[in-house]
Design a protein. Structure first.
Length: 264
């Protein structure tokens, strides 16, 4: 895998961190992990190379099917060096009902090299299903939901709504529209973490990679370590992964706020 492919790893690592109501972690409520106007900017690296940037954000509110929603967004973009080898422009969008605190829609715009994929997952809470459709292809058979269920992006924010301590584990049902699965996130220990944005008091968490696809699935001893701040915002400040193709990192370089207003 060429260095730019790690942008796909960043997106996958970011969207496959899961949180829930398990094993003694204090649940502060769904909305505790969503901070309107938040913009977290990351530098992305593979081995010794700088290959791009990622942005995790809460965009201005929108309406989806007439429902006021929080708009969560993750983007991964290769830099000019990486573009020459493997151009990446990926976007992931999740729309969360502002009243009921559940996913309404999940959208993917994946542009990697010659690969282009536009897909969405529609959540039907009346019938407890999630349906995946890619491009102009017919929808897949729906996945049956099991109570509280999150898409692979919104679970990043859901985890942030838990006050999980050392040696605690958090689990949540999650679907990408193709299957329903649960990911265990283990809180390893408190630590101090230095990144370009500053030095933070953090907790080290380690998601179980057994349900992850792509390079994680192909790597016998794959591992992801993620560091979250211990303050009220619980920023993910650092991600490191080790897979068969090498080592990857995402480091927080800036955290800021934008003004948000609801879209009529």
């Amino acid at each position: 895998m060429n260095p730019p492919r790690c942008l796909a790893v960043f997106a996958l690592a970011s969207v496959l961190l899961h949180g829930s109501n398990a094993n003694a972690a204090e649940d502060m409520g769904v909305f505790a992990g969503i901070h309107p106007g938040e913009v977290l900017e990351y530098s992305l690296g593979w081995g010794p190379f700088s290959v791009g940037e990622g942005v995790l954000s809460v965009q201005p509110d929108v309406e989806v099917d007439g429902i006021p929603c929080h708009h969560l967004c993750l983007t991964a973009k290769s830099n000019s060096f990486a573009d020459a080898v493997y151009k990446v422009r990926n976007e992931y969008h999740s729309y969360i009902d502002k009243v009921k605190g559940r996913v309404i829609r999940y959208r993917i715009q994946q542009h990697e090299g010659r690969t282009q994929r536009d897909a969405e997952v529609r959540f039907d809470w009346e019938n407890l299903t999630a349906t995946y459709q890619q491009d102009d292809k017919p929808p897949r058979d729906p996945v049956v939901l099991n109570g509280e269920t999150w898409d692979p992006l919104s679970v990043v924010f859901r985890f942030r709504s838990f006050n999980a301590g050392e040696n605690e584990t958090v689990v949540i049902p999650t679907t990408d529209g193709k299957k329903l699965f649960a990911m265990e996130i283990h809180v390893v220990r408190p630590t101090e973490t230095k990144v370009p944005a500053g030095t933070y008091s953090t907790i080290l968490v380690r998601p179980d990679t057994k349900d992850m696809k792509g390079v994680f699935e192909k790597s016998k001893n794959s591992k992801i370590n993620m560091w979250y701040t211990t303050d009220a915002f619980r920023y993910p400040v650092l991600i490191k992964s080790k897979v068969i193709v090498g080592s990857f990192r995402a480091e927080l370089k800036n955290a800021r706020r934008i003004e948000t207003t609801a879209t009529e």
